[in-house]
Design a protein around this ligand. Sequence first.
Ligand code: AMP
Length: 332
Amino acid sequence: MLPPTTIPILESVASCRTWRLKAFDEKKSVGFVPTMGAFHEGHLSLVRRSLSENDLTVVSIFVNPGQFAPGEDFEKYPRMLSRDLEQLAGGQVSVGGVFRTTSAVFLPSVQEMHPSGITRDVASQKGTFVEVEGCSHQMEGAIRPTLYRAIATIVTKLFNVVQPTNVYLGQKDIQQALMIRQLCRDLLLADPDAKRVHIVRTVRDPIDGVALSSRNAYLSVDERSCAGTLYRALQAAETAWTRGGTKEKSISAAAAVVEQGKIEAASKGVEMKLEYVEMNDADSFEVLDGKLHKGSRSLGGTNPILLTGMLWVGKTRLVDNIVIGDSGTIVS
Ligand code: AMP
């Protein structure tokens, strides 16, 4: 049973298509915010942006089993539909004196989104999958090798149904967002056109800079008090880089912050482990050369750089990033 809400809920692909056809007929622009639910201010910032730039906004909530490898947190991923719907219903944006709220929530079933079925073990999967070669196996994709194939596949399906004019994605998941832009370009999608895939800046805790994430709910109070280490480490690397240091120096600066953070964490009984801090060219995703300041072949000194990191705090994996250089060319 669905919780009561004032927002129309589209539970099937057919109902979403009918809704979209009406918007096409009425020549209304449609902004789309794909999510897995458990909303925080990061999600809501995307929704507000969509509300302000489109006649209509549709938000999808779908915890896609395909993107959780066996052993990952699919079962315990937070699901809080009634709270999510309340937050959407309460989130209004005034445009020219007219209040806009979310026009519809798309809540598809696993069966409809994966008509050939879905197993979380890639080796036994059947059906059609989308893979964006060249940008799925670096950074987080190196640690979670099947993640971006699953995301590319589900997002292609969602785009086929919603056919959005504009899409809003978070910088928090920069690899995902850039991959989706490339997917739209490579597959010649019109709805959305790659130029209409907007990447919105990461919303952070104002006190310690921790990037908001649904998975932060897994952290105990003590773990949460240590989570700021990742962003501080990335900031240290950014500072070293902008002062003219090499990638090696920048990453060492980040590692030093993590080492200090580990000592403080240990005093609270919290274990932390740095999975990686890396620097990649934002265009080619090429790993920068550690010995150079300029970095990768395609960098030419001007492309933005993705400074990304993954830190385990207890059993929770946190990811974060800073875009160095002219970030305005990819994030806005
Ligand atoms: P999720 O529900 O985690 O799949 O996220 C849905 C969308 O919200 C994705 O485009 C995320 O990148 C974005 N998002 C998640 N956290 C943040 C954040 N702290 N700031 C901005 N966007 C975010």
